[in-house]
Design a protein around this ligand. Sequence first.
Ligand code: PLP
Length: 357
Amino acid sequence: MTIAKLARPEIRALKPYAAASQIDATIRLNANEAPWTSRADRFRRPLNRYPEIRPARLRSALADRYGCGEENLLVTRGTSEGIDLLLRVFCRAGQDSMLIIAPTFSMYRHYAAVQGARVIEVETSGHDDFAVDIDALLESCDATTRLIFICSPNNPTGTSMPRDNLLRLLDARGDRSAIVVDEAYIEFAGEPSMVGLLHSYSNLIVLRTLSKALAYAGARCGSVIGPAAVIDMLDAVQAPYAMATPVVECVENALQAENLNEAEQRVSDIVAERDRLVAAIDQFSFVRKIWSSAANFFLIEVDNVEALLEQCVADKILLRYFGGSLADCIRITVGSTAENDRLLQSFESVLNTSISS
Ligand SMILES: Cc1ncc(COP(=O)(O)O)c(C=O)c1O
């Protein structure tokens, strides 16, 4: 059994776009490209040529990094594109649903709205440290629930879903839903990725990104990792030549061993900074709660959220406020040591204003 059968019928029938062939050492008069190269073009593969329809070397390097087969990975323009593709492949507008845990990353809901998919939301609460009741989650699913998005560590709460819960979910839903585990922040968590379980669970899809731990948000490069039959359908929907030549070349460089080693060191530095910042912020009387985080950010609850945000804006520091069920909360991304010190100074400043009174 496979979750590929859950995909929209028209997508299952879709043939990939037939691009003009690209063969080295040939005269290419088949793609309406320019025959000359701009003086400003400094790339290994000249920009007058279309990029590869799918970047084979990059795909192989990413598959190596994540520990999966090349046939199990699609390179995407950030994880965001992966989320969009999954919704478009699996959810029929006005009929199918995806399930998310709230609060979570807002892009799932955004792309569900674009596709016209119904959203089933399972609420969690800061009082229980955003723990997910798996029984309640399973009860909330219905016959139309094609996708279940689990963000772990979760943005914006920083909480990880325990592996046992993920396994229960994978077992319980079987081939009735694809379980999409968004591991955008996994490197900061020091936990093993779910990718290793791909061969044991045919309903598992994992999302990875270079935007966080690798410091390549500007390059826009993510991966969807899952059963080959699902990857083939996502591939058929993704735009041809999706990954631009400059991106492919810069990400191939980023995946060289010395860069990966540097990123690993930087991740440890960020985790140490996170712990320092949390300990320092915890000392302020107006901070009511700090949730433990496995990511490069953390969520805090304060007495007078407006005053704190105003002070930070005055000090030219941007923090993230969500409102709704997180009305008194702010998400803080861990910056450099100097940036974090500036933030602590802003916290000091608010002690002298109305917030502490
Ligand atoms: C949980 C989560 N998933 C995915 C993304 C998007 O990442 P990308 O830059 O790869 O599109 C983000 C970005 O903040 C995120 O928080």
